[in-house]
Design a protein around this ligand. Sequence first.
Ligand SMILES: Nc1ncnc2c1ncn2[C@@H]1O[C@H](COP(=O)(O)OP(=O)(O)O)[C@@H](O)[C@H]1O
Ligand SMILES: [Mg+2]
Length: 408
Amino acid sequence: MKLDDVKRERSLLYMERYVDEGAKTYSVLASRTEAAPCYRPESDQPSFDLIAVFVPPERVSVYEAGCPLGLSSRYLTEEGVLFPIHPEAWASDEVPGLADIRTLPRAPEIPVAPTASTRTVLVLESDGNVPAHFIKLHYPFYISRFKRKLRRKDIHNAVAATRELAFINSPKFAYLPEVLGVIFGAGEEAWGYLLREATAYPPIIGGRFLIPCFALYAGDRRDPGRAPLLVQLIDHHQADPASFVVHAIIAPIIECWSKVAHELGLLLQSHAQNLLLEVDEKLTPRRIVHRDFDVWVDLGAREKAGLPNPFLDIDRRPDKVHPVGQFYSLIYDRFMGRGFFDYLLRLLSLHYGANEEAIRQAVRDIFHRAFPDADRVFPAHTTYYFSDVPPPGRDFDLEDTGQAPIWR
Ligand SMILES: Nc1ncnc2c1ncn2[C@@H]1O[C@H](COP(=O)(O)OP(=O)(O)O)[C@@H](O)[C@H]1O
Ligand SMILES: [Mg+2]
């Protein structure tokens, strides 16, 4: 992909789907998927259809955070609540509640295209009254490490986090709000969907374009000889490569992550798939756009900030099993450090012969400036990651990797 094409319509979807070559090597499970080839992001099929039914309003719970009327009226209709389902979930006999759902009146199918996450899809609708949006779907099959369920607590907490993120005030921070969540039925296993707007908040007047962060360093499946977008971006600005990566990309990412953790006690999963770089007409990086509010919550940090706990099931999350510092390490050391910054560093080495240790040191300095109390929160000499064999009955377990932190 040519850098200038970032400004073309639908370029975000192209990058989500095809500019990910070599990006999913961050763990032994990163490239696993149970999705049929036609539903994978990299398929050649331009779109597929979600099955949809109309559910009577008394059979759903609806969570909402500043959802624009054009969007809510598309889903909360007079005929009932529009309830989209991934075709593979629809076809499965193991999804609770589905037998019930199959008896409800069918709505017209919804044409969508998959994004890099596979189960979050872009709605391909041309009705100008409906703001552009993604649907995050319940997808109880393995994509990388987890079955991608979307249950009550996930939906409730994502919408609650969206509400809180409106209070973050920084010129570098933006987000794709998760504005409406719908759950069918009741009980622990009840599931549903989330709507995520495709336009970054706070809104900006003038042209801004989004690049998913993995597409900065990954290869383009359809244009394999092309230099990575980050290399094109550095060359376009005739920038000093190391300084550009450290100051225009890594520094604001760390600063945003630390600000949200300190001010709200929310641990955003700021890895390369959940972050987008926003550039302006001149392709100058302007903001870090955050998505996917499947957050862990540091209740201690919230208490310190004088904030209540509007989140569901947080005490039942394994913070009780694992001290919260292990989650800080999982996210910063592994998701951000090893799963993202390492890739940027490799690219700088390969293309520009950069001094790796000097870059790491510059990032460590930025980290400690942004996170002055890091020693109180993070494990001092080691890092934590998922165990490859979680204990029975649990989705995951964290283990001490015995590896020292590199990026702090
Ligand atoms: N560089 C990356 N880092 C982490 N996950 C990635 C990356 N590229 C693609 N992914 C995919 O994104 C998925 C996570 O997305 P998920 O959290 O389910 O949905 P969403 O982010 O749309 O809310 C993972 O299963 C993984 O396969
Ligand atoms: Mg994600």
